[in-house]
Design a protein around this ligand. Sequence first.
Ligand code: NDP
Length: 451
Amino acid sequence: MAQFDYDLFVIGAGSGGVRAARVSAGMGAKVAIAEESRYGGTCVIRGCVPKKLMVYASAYSEMFEDARGYGWTVPEASFDWAALKTARDAEIDRLEGIYRKILGGSNVEMIDSRAHMVDAHTVGLADGKRVSAKTILIVTGGRPALPDFEGVEHTITSDDIFELETQPESILCLGGGYISLEFACVFHGLGTKVTVSNRSTLLRGYDGDVRAHLIEALEEKGIDLRLGVNPVKIEENAGRKRVTFDDGNTLTVDAILAATGRRPNTDNLGLEEAGITMGRAGAIEVDEYSRTNIPSVYAIGDVTNRVQLTPVAIREGMAFAETVFNDNPTSPDHELIATAVFTQPEIGIIGLTEEQAREKHDVAIYRSTFRPMINVLAGREEKMLMKIIVDKTTDRVLGVHIVGHHAGEMIQCAAIAVKMGATKADFDRTMAVHPTSAEELVTMRDPVTES
Ligand code: NDP
């Protein structure tokens, strides 16, 4: 008789957990996965995917306006929140079905239950049942972290946005990170009056030119930015919310989105009892192979608070399977991760910011700000920014930063070159694709003159 019920028990069926389960099963392991909510996790159910569908929906308002410049007669457009919600929810149901089908087809046993750690080889289920596994993988993800001030219970989080039955007429997006800004642009595009507030600037830690470009673009669109302020109190009156900021100003809106970071989902999982070492912000501490201090227990994805991105969790899941079930110790590569912020305009980045690069390198900066062709006949003033940061000594490209249409798509391609160690000379000898905005990446010849 086998010593354990399973070779692998995965707690949490988000992007990382599903991939790790499927690949491990493909390597011959007997695998079970437990999920208390829906298969697909934050990314598919209440994050990247439904958010991107809303980004697409919201972009149409500017497209309708711009179409007139191209000769179209566009009748007055109207937007139906309920219709979008129905279509979006149906798509998420479809994707969840695919996740379940893939797992079933891979011979992974799905257990629709909350699960918690009991000891190094035992997992407890909600019905009191206990199962044993040679290896346990914790992939429970993260959840929104709320700030602490009076009336914070009147805010909603990004999870709640997808449940809203009606579109708020006005919204305050709290926080200057990915989530606040992406939803600020979504709501603005759908016709909601939007204010963004943050205690510091927007996208702190991003390249200064990128931040300045985005701030200008958002203000130009009519999004009210309140930077360097914190809310101290929210009061509710007849369904509306009145916020008082620490500079004494107030604002009354229909909804307040609190997007002030996310924290690992490690509460009530039996982790302390099982003796698992926790680190910064309640995250599970792991080594370079995603192994915890207990040799039979691993953790990947947002619960480890390394890099909170879906593709990273997926790669960590694949590296885990390779290490544990293919006898090939593999560390996930966290160097040079390209990301996109789906604001409007969109941002795509890979590598160092100018500020980071200047700390360690003698740098040359190539920068181009231009009005993309699509905006000319449209009569839209919005500009695009492209910036390349180069190490003067080695000519290596240290960072690429793009703000504008399709920046996310472009940065994926630029990231291959940067990951390969491309030099500025490699960019320069690459023939341009004309007429595109992306050609600017290979036609910037002169560095910005130092002031
Ligand atoms: P971020 O960490 O990106 O931003 C949090 C924001 O909230 C910052 O502006 C921060 O201000 C502010 N803040 C933090 N704590 C407080 C506090 N106690 N009071 C007031 N303000 C506070 O978090 P998000 O919630 O936007 O996103 C979480 C993560 O999800 C991201 O880091 C990203 O990895 C991932 N994500 C990725 C997306 C993508 O790839 N497109 C999309 C959405 C999410 P300050 O800057 O001053 O610290």
